[in-house]
Design a protein around this ligand. Structure first.
Ligand SMILES: [Ca+2]
Length: 157
C-alpha cells in the first residue's frame, strides 16, 4: 500500500493500493486493513518514515438501531435524546484520563440544536441531540489538540 502524507505534520492524506499513482511525499508499507479502513488513527513519523498510531476521539452513542439499517436511532419527538459520548484515546487505544481538550461539535449533515463547545473531563465528554425532524444526521467533533475524529451517523425516525 501507499501512504501519502503531509510532509510537515505527518498527517495521512490518502492510503491506497500500490497500483495507484499518488503525489509525493509517500511511503510504501505492507497491506494493512486496519490502516486502510481507519487512516485517521495513524500518522507518518516523518523522521523514521514509518506509520505510527496517533491519539484520536472516539464517538459513540447510547441509542440502539431499532430499524436495523446500521445507524443508531431515536424517535423525532423533540424529547427523546441521543446521547453522544466522546472519549479521547491514546495511541495504544486507552483512555487519556488527563485530557481536557476543548471540543467543538459540528453538524455535517442536518441542522441540529447541540452545544457548540465544551471541555472533556478526565478524557470523556458527552452531549445530547434532540430533533423534531426525521432523517439521518452526521456530527463531527474537533479538538483544540488537533486529534483525529471519525464522524458519527445518527438517525431520527
Ligand atoms: Ca437505525
Amino acid at each position: 500500500m501507499k501512504v501519502f502524507y503531509d510532509a510537515n505534520t505527518g498527517d495521512i492524506r490518502v492510503v491506497t493500493v500500490d497500483s495507484e499513482q499518488v503525489s509525493s511525499p509517500f511511503i510504501t508499507v505492507p497491506d494493512d486493513d486496519v490502516l486502510l479502513m481507519n487512516p485517521n488513527k495513524f500518522q507518518v513519523d516523518v523522521s523514521t518514515q514509518t506509520v505510527v498510531k496517533r491519539s484520536y476521539l472516539e464517538l459513540s452513542t447510547d441509542a440502539t438501531d431499532s430499524n436495523e439499517n446500521g445507524i443508531p436511532d431515536v424517535p423525532s419527538d423533540g424529547t427523546t435524546p441521543i446521547v453522544v459520548t466522546i472519549r479521547k484515546l491514546s495511541r495504544d487505544g486507552t483512555l487519556e484520563t488527563t485530557a481536557d481538550d476543548e471540543i467543538t461539535v459540528m453538524p455535517i449533515e442536518g441542522a441540529l440544536a447541540i452545544p457548540s463547545k465544551f471541555n472533556l473531563n478526565n478524557g470523556i465528554g458527552s452531549f445530547q441531540v434532540l430533533s423534531t425532524v426525521p432523517g439521518m444526521k452526521v456530527v463531527k467533533c474537533i479538538s483544540n489538540t488537533n486529534v483525529a475524529c471519525d464522524p458519527l451517523k445518527i438517525e431520527f425516525i
